[in-house]
Each structure stands twice: as C-alpha cells, then as structure tokens.
Design a protein around this ligand. Sequence first.
Ligand code: HEM
Length: 534
Amino acid sequence: MATELDTSSLLLALLSKCSLLTQTNLALSLIVASLACLAVSLFYWSHPGGPAWGKYFSHRRHQTKVIPGPRGLPFIGSMSLMSNTLAHRCIAATAEKFGAKRLMAFSLGETRMIVTCNPDVAKEILNSSVFADRPVKESAYSLMFNRAIGFAPYGVYWRTLRKIASNHLFSPRQIKRSETQRSVIANQITRCLVKQSNTEGLCFARDLIKTASLNNMMCSVFGKEYELEHEHEEVRELSELVDEGYDLLGKLNWTDHLPWLSELDPQRIRSRCSTLVPKVNRFVNRIISDHRAQARDSPSDFVDVLLSLDGPDKLSDPDMIAVLWEMIFRGTDTVAVLIEWILARMVLHPDVQSTVHRELDQIVGRSRAVEESDVASLVYLTAVVKEVLRLHPPGPLLSWSRLAITDTTIDGHRVPAGTTAMVNMWAIARDPQVWESPLEFKPERFVAKEGEVEFSVLGSDLRLAPFGSGRRICPGKNLGLATVTFWTATLLHEFEWRPPSDEKTVDLSEKLRLSCEMANPLAAKLRPRRSFSV
Ligand code: HEM
C-alpha cells in the first residue's frame, strides 16, 4: 500500500511543479494515480499465494523457489478460506488442488500465510525456534491474552509463565492431587445424566459436560467447588464470560489483516472486547481479593500459587488476571468438545462401544465405579480416545498459529520473518499416505502389539499431534488427557449410549470456532449399566 501512495504523491508533485494543476488535470491525475494503484495491486495479486506474497517479493528480488498457493482476490487474498466454519477442510482441498500439501502459501489481506498438510514439514515448522512466537491478534491482545501463556511473545516473560504453570498446575504431582476433585465431578455428571434420562428420555450431554469442565477448572484454578446439580450465579456468570471470549477469539477478524479497515471495526470485535474485559477484570479481581483476605500457610489452588510468588517471578495484578482467565478459558472447551466427539463415535459404532464395555467389565467390574488408577489398564479405551483425536482433533489447525521471528527456510522454500504458519493436523490425520484406511474408525490401530511401542499423541510424532509440538506445545496436555479419559471411562462404565431412535443416527457435521465442535449437539438414549442411587 505504501508503494501505491508513493507513486501517486510523486505524480501529484510532478504535476504541481509543472504548474499544470488545473481542476481538469487534478481529476486526471487522480484517475491516473488510482489506475497506477490498481495496476500495482493487480501486479502483487498475480504472484502465487496472492497479494501479500506478491508485495513481499516485488520489494526483494531473491532467487527463491516459489511456494505454490491460491491468489484469492485482489487486496483481500484468500480471506474466504479462513472465514469459513470448515476452514480446515477448505484449506486441505485447496492444498490438494494446487499440489501444495507439503507447503502452501496464501494471503489474508496483508498477512503472508503458509500452511502444511504434511507431517515432516509440520515437524520442521513446530519444532523450529524461529516459529516460537504467535501472530498478533487484536482480540487476543484486547482480552489480555498477550500477558498470558498463549499469546505472550516468545521470551523471558513467556518462559516464566510456562515454568510456573508446569510446576504448579500441570506437574504429575499436581495432576494426581486433583484426582479426587475429578472423581467427585464424574459422580455428579453421572447423577445428572440418570436424572435427565429418567425425566426426558433423551439426553443432551453437551451443556452438562461443559459446565462440569468449567467447574473442574474453577476448582483447580480458583479453589471454588460447586455442585453440578444446582445452578450457581458465579458459574453462570463465568460461563457467559468464557462463551463471549470464546466467540471473539474464534472469529477471523478482518482488521487483523486489513489495517486500513481498523478504524471501522466492521465486525464489532473491538467494541465487544472492550465490554467484556472490565467484566472479566471484576470477576477475577474479586476472587484474588478473597484469597488475599484469607492468607493460607500453603497454596491450595493456582491463585494461591500466583500470590505466593516472589522476586523476579512475582506477577502484577493485571498479569495474574490474564493468566488465571486463560487457564479457565483454555481448560474448559477443549475437554468438553473432545468428550462429546468420543460419545458421538460410541453411539455411531456400537461394536466399538461393546468392546469398551467388555474391557471395563473385566478391569473394573460392575460392582464399583471407575477410579482414575484404572485408566492405565484400559488399553482399548485409551486407543478409542486417540482414534477420536485423530478424526476429530479439537484444534484441527492447532488452534493458534505460529509466527516466524526471523527469515528462515522451510522445506527448501524461503519464508520471510513475519510470516504466519499453520499446520493442518486434521488433513495430516486423514491422509491416506500417512494412515491406512484413514476415514475408518478403527481404535485397534492404536493398540500396540507385543514388542511395539505405544503411539504417543503428545507431540513427538507429527502424524498425530493434536496438542501441537515444540516450544509452544499445549502445557495442559496431560491434565486434559487425564480428565477426558477418566470422565469418558466413567460415562461408558455407567451407561450404554444409544442412538435417539432407530431412524436417527449421529450427525458428525463440524463447526470450527476456537475449537472444532459438533455442529449439532449429540442426542442419545442412555441405558444404565450399573445400579446407581440418585
Ligand atoms: C483435549 C484437551 C486439549 C487440546 C486438544 C489442546 C490443544 C492445544 C493446542 C493444539 C495448542 C497449540 C499448540 C502449539 O502451538 O503447538 C494448545 C496450546 C495451549 N493450551 Fe491446550 N489443549 C487441551 C487442553 C488444555 C488445558 C486443559 C489447558 C489448561 C488448563 C490448556 C492450555 C493451553 C495453553 C496455555 C496453550 C498455549 C501454550 C503456549 O503458547 O505456550 N490446554 N492447546
């Protein structure tokens, strides 16, 4: 854009020097300047990958292997690829069309983007220190996430936050300590489902699991315990704040990529963020003040931990609010979305569900409820969770992209600093060159045969890395997996999950917001497998 303006100013300056600036000439020169501007924009747009890539390479004439990709439209590039609720599918189809599965370039307005649908290239990107940053997103900054782990710039502050969270929230010892709380909530979910299926016949588990997941995070982070069976004003209030933040952060904000639109805020994202932030501040501040008022000898939740920090690790109140809010925010939706997909697959594949039930009967037995210590022996159920993560990763594009801090080379292509990189994990996990019969739901593929090592989904093998990989890998992965596997084991041990009727089956349509959720909530009929007193 700067070049177009330079060209037009130069033309105007030349005309004025020649004393030819009559009204007609002014109009003429404006038309010429606009045409010049249009010509330059079309020139940029003609480059593979669209206008942002064309602009970059027209200024720097490097000898480089061009990254293939769609041009999109002049000025805006391929905004339609990402503003779609099935962006992961659109990107995969476009990469296929351009023969660019290893690496594809495209433009989101003025932002240069690359995306890979290949595990080797994904490893190169995610494990490179060059891509340890996140791109600036106005909503993330407005909602204070740049002061929390997810969007903090790569550096000392981010490293400190990760260290604090790893030691005090995500360490194996801490995950073990929160086992009782998960078990209490699992019991509450079961009770609610028994009641729901008795009174309504049909069960819609989505809202219940979401609230359970929120309660779980509120307990770990704020030390607050709530009964799932009863409505609580504080839970409702926080749930509304999380929902609004989730919606704002999940939207493609046009002004992030078209700065000249910025003043207009056409999607009202800025104005909604500025309404939300004071509410979040008030909510979290209230909890911090309560904790300050009841000083404890040893920290019992994450707020206590943050308040007890001293020296260089000590956080200011606004930073603390950002960190606490992010933990609640990130820990709630991912877990709930994944559990709903698992249950949907169980309804759709009764044979797989029967195998899970047989395993539960053998390892746990119907006389008691599942305990978290049983999970290590539930090999088939663990394989089911992995197979669902493969077909329905909650972050099909790994949720939040990465930003190149310096110029680098990816898969033999020059990638300049400031380029945003994405990994299409959804496409990798469904690629027939990577997985045998990828569209079939076959948990057996994850059951290790004798002498084989179990497949890890924790980031070492990029054929399936739903928690990302490298420096910015999800720090909550073990906690998330522990919660999902234990609660799913409980839900399947307690109930048989069946389709709503003989005619109706499960609708697997997806909707990508911040996470990729079922477009229509799962409806199922439940048959209790054990006697359970409500
Ligand atoms: C099934 C559960 C979960 C899934 C599938 C998931 C997935 C992801 C993914 C794909 C990323 C981006 C990783 C990358 O860029 O390489 C991420 C980042 C993150 N996740 Fe998770 N997540 C889950 C649970 C959780 C939980 C329970 C928490 C916290 C309570 C959490 C906190 C975070 C944070 C703070 C980041 C940002 C890390 C950074 O930028 O350094 N996640 N997650």
